[in-house]
Ligand binder design. Sequence first.
Ligand code: ATP
Ligand code: MG
Ligand code: FE
Length: 348
Amino acid sequence: STVLSIETSCDETAVAIVKNRQVCSSIVNSQIPIHQQYGGVVPEVASRQHLEIINQAIALALTQANLTWQEIDGIAATCAPGLVGALLVGVTAAKTLAIVQQKPFIGVHHLEGHIYANYLSEPSLEPPFLSLLVSGGHTSLIYVKDCGVYETLGETRDDAAGEAFDKVARLLKLGYPGGPVIDKLAQEGNAKTFGLPEGNVSQPGGGYHPYDSSFSGLKTAVLRLVQQLEKEVQPLPVADIAASFQKSVARSLTKRAIACARDYGLTTIAVGGGVAANSGLRHHLTTAASTHNVRVLFPPLKFCTDNAAMIGCAAAEHLDRAHISPLTLGVQSRLPLTNVMQLYQKKD
Ligand code: ATP
Ligand code: MG
Ligand code: FE
C-alpha cells in the first residue's frame, strides 16, 4: 500500500510517502539549529516551528513523489511517545487530511517506526525477529513476534545509548548531537588506548544481567578519564577517547544482542534508532553475528535518525492488517510499545 506519513514527535518536521516498502519522497526538516541557541529542545518553540512548515512539507512530499491524493491509501502520523504539543501538530494535520481526502488515519508509535525502518533496506523482512533499538531515548531488545505484538527482553537501567553519546560529546565539548561527531572522530583514534567499562548490570544472585545494560557508569568513567588527562596531557587525545568510548558501547550492545538472539532462537537482528548509524556498532555487531550464524540488518543510514519514511513503513503494516485509528485518537507523551494495539480499532 501507499502511505503519506508525518513525524513531529520532537525536533524534526518530517513528511514522507512510502509505497510497498520503498521511499517515494522524504522531507526531513531539522530544528537543531533553532534549539542549539537554547542548549536543548524547547517544547513550545518546537510545536510552533512544526506548525509553521508542516503544510509546505506535505505539499513538497506529494510533488517530489509525483503522486496524486487518489494514489494514497492512508494517512499516518506519530501519535506517541514524544512532546505533546509537537505530536499534536502532526496528528492534527494527518486527521484533517484523512477527513478531507476520505482516507483511513493510522496513528503510529514512534518506536515501531524505528523498528520497521529496516524494511527500507530489506523489503523481504518479516517477523519474527529481534530488534535492537538504540536511539536518543531508548536502548531495548525487543522480540518482534508480529506487527503490533512485542515483548521487551532487555533495557537500559539508566542512560540510553544515544544519550550516552550526547553526554560524552558534551563533556568533550563537541556540541550536539554527539553521535555523529564521536563516530567521525573515533575513526581517527585508537580504540585500544583506554579501557572503559562495558555497561554491565549486576544481578542479585551474582553475575550480570544477560540483556539489560547501564551506560551511566561508562559516562562517569569517561568524565574521570578526561579530568585525569587534563592534568597530564595537552591537547586532550579526543580521538582516542572517542574511539575507546565507542568501542565500549558497541561491544556492550553486541554482546547482549547476540546472547538474546541465540537464547530465543532468533536468526535475524534488525537494528533501529539513531545509534544504528554508528560505524563502530555496525562493524562489531556484523562481525560477531557472522560467527554465530545470525543475520544483522540496519536501516539505510539516513533513515536511522528520526524521519517520516519509517513511520510510513510501520503504518503500512498496520493498514495492511486493517488496523485503523479512530479520528478521536489523541496523542500521548508516553506509551509502552507493548500497548500499541490500543491505537487501533479493528475494521472489517
Ligand atoms: P527516541 O527515538 O528514543 O524517542 P530520538 O528520536 O531523539 O529518541 P533518534 O532520532 O532515533 O532519537 O536518534 C538520535 C540519537 O542518535 C542521538 O542521541 C544521536 O547522538 C544518536 N546518533 C545519531 N547518529 C549517530 C552515530 N553515527 N553514532 C552514534 N550515535 C548517533
Ligand atoms: Mg531528533
Ligand atoms: Fe527517534
